[in-house]
Design a protein around this ligand. Structure first.
Ligand code: IPE
Ligand code: IPE
Ligand code: MG
Length: 236
């Protein structure tokens, strides 16, 4: 590794381009999703190798329910499979797993698998994997607002208690540092609702690689790019 490489503590990835990757190869979109899941495993390993502490990935947005039923059904099977089959690997590797998003829209089977994996891994401190599932930045901000409104109504807090720290404590990422670097694969340059609150001072990087081709080398290039950035946070 280069001497002047700055390692982001928290990397977030919008794992985009599974469908285009498959289309380019004349394969079904679902094959792209399966290979995207493999790329996620490589990416977790590469993050650990480079000393990144937290990886957050966008796997399914609140808008993705509007895709064709067959694709949504396939993704649900893939998530359930990941949650159950990969759980041993995550535990072996001491990875703390969190879901970001509203679990209630998923089947009881998936909800149980999510909760089990979260509780089985909650005491690990070395590395955190957040998977955004049924996640939307607007939905997250509305959730926080409703919870704060309830606390205000019941007299638990007063209006003057509402500040950034209190607001953050009602987000799915409660207690975590914001992403230093947000990567969106596949060349698309938008957030599609990802971490709207948390991304206020993140650096962005948009490689053209489709997510199923993402690997250690691509991650290294992203970190090299991040190392060149001057994060001023409004100062001079
Ligand atoms: C990202 O890949 C995975 C999900 C949104 C579930 P896409 O499925 O969006 O792939 P493209 O953007 O159509 O190529
Ligand atoms: C964003 O990708 C969500 C995920 C990667 C899970 P989309 O492919 O759904 O986003 P748009 O539709 O291109 O904005
Ligand atoms: Mg897409």
């Amino acid at each position: 590794m280069e001497e002047n490489l700055k390692i982001p503590g928290h990397i977030a990835i919008i794992m985009d381009g599974n469908g285009r990757w498959a289309k380019k190869k004349g394969l079904a979109r679902t094959v792209g999703h399966t290979n995207g899941a493999k790329a996620l495993q490589r990416t977790i390993e590469a993050c650990k190798k480079f000393g990144v502490k937290t990886l957050t990935v966008y796997a399914f947005s609140t808008e993705n329910w509007s895709r064709p039923k067959e694709e949504v059904d396939f993704l649900m099977k893939l998530f359930l499979n990941y949650l159950t089959k990969q759980s041993k690997k995550l535990i072996e590797n001491k990875i703390k797993f969190n879901v970001l998003g509203d679990k209630l829209r998923f089947s009881p089977e998936i909800q149980n698998a999510m909760k089990k994996l979260e509780s089985d891994t909650q005491n690990f401190t070395e590395f955190t994997l957040n998977v955004a599932l049924n996640y939307g930045g607007h939905a997250e901000i509305i959730k926080a607002t409703k919870e704060i409104a309830e606390d205000l109504k019941s007299g638990k807090i007063s209006v003057d208690d509402i500040d950034e720290k209190l607001f953050e404590s009602h987000l799915y990422t409660c207690g975590q540092l914001p992403p230093d670097l947000i990567i969106r694969t596949s060349g698309e340059q938008r957030l599609s609702g990802f971490l709207l609150w948390q991304s206020s001072y993140s650096e962005f990087y948009f490689p053209s690689v489709h997510f199923p081709d993402f690997d250690e080398k691509q991650l290294y290039i992203a970190i090299q790019e991040y190392s060149k950035r001057d994060r001023r946070y409004g100062k001079v």
